[in-house]
Design a binder for this molecule. Structure first.
Ligand code: C2O
Ligand code: CU
Ligand code: CU
Length: 565
């Protein structure tokens, strides 16, 4: 008996100390990118299978490497057995290619958006975005990094050999139940991982290295730093390189945010560094601090106790090994010329206020809303004229900080409480962390893409908040053009919106055989067989709202959106 106890003890000690080399996700590049969303299992813990979702594998997805200016064909096959979407977080694409909640991929379907990469070299990411399901699909493992390359970046002396001196670092926390299954939603996320590896370790060469940091957590904010007060240099924010390298010892990263950093490890071979979160330094009101609300005593269900809250902890152990070929040994000072949009050029300022709806301003559990209204798939909150330059002024009137994210555009932060942003926030951003009671302003321009039918989202990137309605949507409208009937795959439906009768218009030779109706969350409602020459369907029994019609014809299948009003 004693022997067994000792053995168990040894096993436990061993497991506590074991470091696991991080998975470096494989890459996809070129102009044809094929993704398959699938169910699987992953051993977060040795020998124990946890149910997961992944892309082209069991957990997370490949890193997609794209060249600015390329026209890229994507194919996203959905084999997870339920409806989802894939959103290209940070990329400037047309709304129908953006993968927001309206662009559902039904089970078994393949979504094939194609678009030109217009964004600057930086680190972006992709993840599901089905309304009310984003947290579950992301937490179970569907997420991947996107690296965009361009000539400006290529002209700089920077580490850029993937997996050798340039590393994808996807940081997430999760909560596991007693059966080692992932709990969603949860405020008890106490397990930290990098690239889906717990107790992660990376062998890293003794030269200048680049880490592409992504906070892919559902809720938690990190206060990134290196142990022993070792400094590092930030070179990029969400949407591009900064003007110059910014010397830092701390970098706060909220969910959805990315940063690229350089660390000079020259001559440090044989040493070990820890990439840390110094969450003990967080003020109250941050998910990750001891008190996630502005004052002590505000309760967030499930949050305490948790060894990560308000504590300093290791995110990733870096073991410095011998240098590799053609090492970069210096940190460039000047990077690119960032040209912010100037205040005074805006067409309009919009005010957005974040509040808690249930239980008043002290409440941390939500639900949270923007401008007093929860997200509604059928309500477009703003119609923005194509070409508008806008200032968005965001006030957080709740007791907990929220990362605000907007689709379609990158923005420049004008100020936080009237104070211009610190150097690390002077570049392009698509997420801004708004502290409790803080007001921030950013400026941006809505260019290139307009579509009155498909909205873009803005929302809190804490995924539980987003799923519970802390989201809104906007369309960008080109007031000059009104779309003709969309004869995609040779079939169009009209009128749309409709009051009950939906007409079918088909091109020469196209024969429709069946129409399947789904609600906007992707749940199947009914199937209608279409006989020869039938040119309309009766949709009177559908209540008001938005629907998806999967139209099957001799040309294949096409899914169209229908509004019943
Ligand atoms: Cu990363 Cu709308 O999301
Ligand atoms: Cu996004
Ligand atoms: Cu939030």
């Amino acid at each position: 008996m004693k022997k067994i106890t000792t053995l168990l003890f040894l096993i436990i000690v061993f497991q506590l100390n074991a470091q696991n080399p991080i998975i470096i996700p494989g890459t996809l590049s070129g102009t044809d990118i094929n993704l398959t969303l699938q169910n699987g299992t992953h051993q977060f813990y040795n020998g124990i299978n946890t149910t997961t979702m992944g892309v082209n594998g069991n957990i997370l997805g490949p890193t997609i490497i794209l060249d600015k200016g390329d026209f890229v064909n994507f194919s996203v096959e959905n084999l997870i057995g339920e409806t989802t979407t894939i959103h290209w977080h940070g990329l400037h694409v047309a709304p129908e290619n953006d993968g927001g909640p309206h662009t559902t991929i039904l089970p078994g379907e393949t979504w094939t958006p194609s678009f030109t990469i217009l964004d600057k070299a930086a680190t972006y990411w992709y993840h599901p975005h089905l309304h009310e399901k984003t947290n579950e699909h992301v937490s179970k493992g569907i997420a991947g990094m996107i690296i965009v390359k361009d000539n400006e970046e290529a002209a700089l002396t920077l580490p850029r050999t993937y997996g050798e001196d340039d590393f994808p670092i996807v940081i997430q926390t999760k909560d596991f139940d007693v059966n080692n299954e992932i709990v969603v939603p949860s405020n008890s996320d106490d397990i930290i991982m990098v690239n889906a590896t717990i107790d992660p370790q990376l062998d890293i060469p003794a030269q200048v290295v680049r880490l592409r940091l992504l906070n892919g957590s559902s809720m938690r904010t990190f206060n990134m730093g290196l142990n022993a007060n070792q400094s590092f240099y930030q070179i990029a924010s969400d949407g591009g390189l900064l003007n110059e390298s910014v010397l830092l010892t701390r970098l706060r990263m909220a969910p959805g945010e990315r940063a690229e950093i350089l660390i000079d490890l020259t001559g440090m071979q044989g040493q070990t560094l820890q990439l840390m979160s110094y969450a003990s330094e967080f003020q109250n009101g941050i998910y990750g601090a001891t008190n996630p609300g502005m004052g002590a005593g505000m309760v967030l269900n499930g949050y305490n106790p948790n060894p990560l809250n308000g504590a300093d902890f290791t995110i990733l152990q870096l073991d410095v090994v011998s240098p590799i070929g053609n090492p970069v040994t210096t940190i460039p000072n000047a990077l690119v010329t960032v040209t912010p949009i100037l205040e005074g050029t805006e067409d309009i300022t919009r005010n957005l206020v974040m509040t808690s709806v249930n239980g008043g301003p002290q409440q941390l559990n939500g639900d949270f809303v923007i401008n007093g209204v929860p997200f509604n798939m059928n309500v477009v909150n703003y119609e923005i004229p194509l070409g508008n330059t806008e200032i968005w002024r965001i006030t957080n009137s709740s007791a907990i900080a929220h990362p605000f994210h907007i689709h379609d555009v990158q923005f420049y932060i004008l100020d936080r409480e009237g104070v211009p942003p610190a150097p690390s926030e002077q570049g392009l951003k698509d997420v801004i962390y708004v502290l409790p009671q803080e007001t921030v302003r950013f400026i941006t321009k809505f260019e290139d893409f307009a579509n009155p039918d498909v909205p873009y989202m803005y929302h809190c990137h804490m995924l539980y908040h987003e799923d519970r309605g802390m989201m809104g949507q906007f369309t960008v409208v080109d007031n000059l053009g009104i779309g003709d009937l969309n004869l995609d795959q040779g079939v169009a439906i009209y009128p749309n919106p409709s009051k009950g009768v939906v007409n079918l218009k088909t091109s020469e030779g196209v024969i429709v055989s069946k129409i399947e109706i789904y609600n906007v969350l992707g749940s199947f409602i009914k199937s209608i067989e279409i006989s020869n020459n039938q040119d309309s369907i009766d949709a009177n029994e559908l209540s008001e709202g938005m629907y998806l019609l999967k139209i099957v014809s001799n040309q294949g299948e096409v899914t169209k959106k229908l509004i019943i009003n």
